[in-house]
Ligand binder design. Structure first.
Ligand code: ZN
Length: 319
């Protein structure tokens, strides 16, 4: 069966009855993420289940029209690109599930603000504007679960895999019978093979590079040993045993380390006696902040200072 054509949405088959959906033109950078559509299958699920597909409400309505009714929706973590439009799935009667503690970020943007530590650096109004820009609307009810539990909807089994390097609730979704692992936001963001993206993202205090390495190793072993396909929030479908996603993520982190190391060396050469995060922020090492202003600049400064500080801790050149 050919897949239906939907304007601004790309549908691809992972297997005969599992699709991945990708919004082609998100209105803003953090407003959408790719996710899976688990179609009904005899003996497995009588209604469609959606995994972490955050797309604009009009597209959600079209998915529901084509494949509804939708029984359940699983969110993988509380970052903005995973929480903005979930209210629309809820409005179509899907039960929403999200991992503790970021489940509360879907209910109130203030929880997002405090939970990620924005409150230590900026006013709530900044995050409110960021939420509005990305179309955030809250849900009314969210079922919470502990990362690591196994979820079951009829006979569809979904193992949640903690990948906490990215956030303290962040999970991957492993479908053992379907032999698929969805690594969510771990950091494989090549939209086509060979593409270059940002890679793993660790712009909050709670993120950890040590944990990231363990997460990448774990994802790789599940992928190689137990699955045929890997999908993620921002990438193409990868077939086992291709290890490109894992080498890409490891190399990105190593490259970021060398970006910070080089910057420290050049500041030292310019006879700077003490190097501060602000000196490094001014160099626009990770984001083009000189082109930004207002609340966007505040947010990117916050993120980049966290990314830099992770690499400062590891730098050999800061003694
Ligand atoms: Zn994320």
């Amino acid at each position: 069966m050919p897949l239906p054509q939907i304007d601004n949405l790309e549908l691809r088959k992972v297997t005969e009855d599992i699709l991945i959906a990708h919004q082609l033109k998100p209105p803003y950078y953090f407003s959408c993420c790719d996710g899976l559509i688990i179609l009904p299958k005899k003996g497995r699920n009588t209604k469609t289940v959606i995994l972490d597909l955050n797309i604009e409400p009009n597209l959600i309505n079209q998915i529901d029209y084509l494949y509804g009714p939708i029984s359940n929706y699983i969110c993988t973590h509380g970052h903005m690109d995973h929480i903005t439009h979930i209210h629309q799935w809820e409005a179509l009667s899907a039960v929403i599930h999200a991992p503790i503690p970021e489940n509360t970020y879907l209910l109130d943007l203030r929880n997002f603000y405090e939970g990620f530590g924005f409150d230590r650096a900026m006013d709530f109004s900044v995050v409110q504007k960021f939420g509005e820009l990305n179309g955030y609307q809250k849900c009314n009810n969210v079922n919470s679960f502990k990362p690591g539990v196994i979820l079951q909807f009829e006979n569809l089994i979904i193992e949640t895999i903690p990948f906490f390097g990215h956030s303290k609730a962040h999970i991957g979704l492993f479908l053992p019978k379907e032999r698929i692992i969805h690594i969510s936001c771990l950091g494989f963001d090549q939209s086509v093979p060979g593409d270059d993206g940002f890679g793993p993202w660790y712009g909050f205090d709670e993120c950890s590079l040590d944990q990231y390495s363990k997460d990448i190793d774990l994802a790789q072993s599940i992928f190689i040993e137990k699955t045929d396909f890997l999908t993620s929030s921002h990438s193409y479908i990868v077939k086992s045993p291709d290890i490109v996603p894992f080498t890409y993520m490891r190399e990105k982190i190593a490259k970021n380390q060398s970006i910070v190391d080089q910057a420290i060396l050049s500041l030292k050469l310019s006879d700077k006696s003490e190097i501060s995060i602000n000196d490094l922020l001014e160099l626009d090492l990770f984001f083009p902040k000189k082109k930004m202003k207002g609340f966007i600049l505040e947010i990117y400064n916050f993120w980049e200072s966290e990314i830099i500080s992770k690499h400062l801790e590891r730098s050999k050149f800061l003694t």
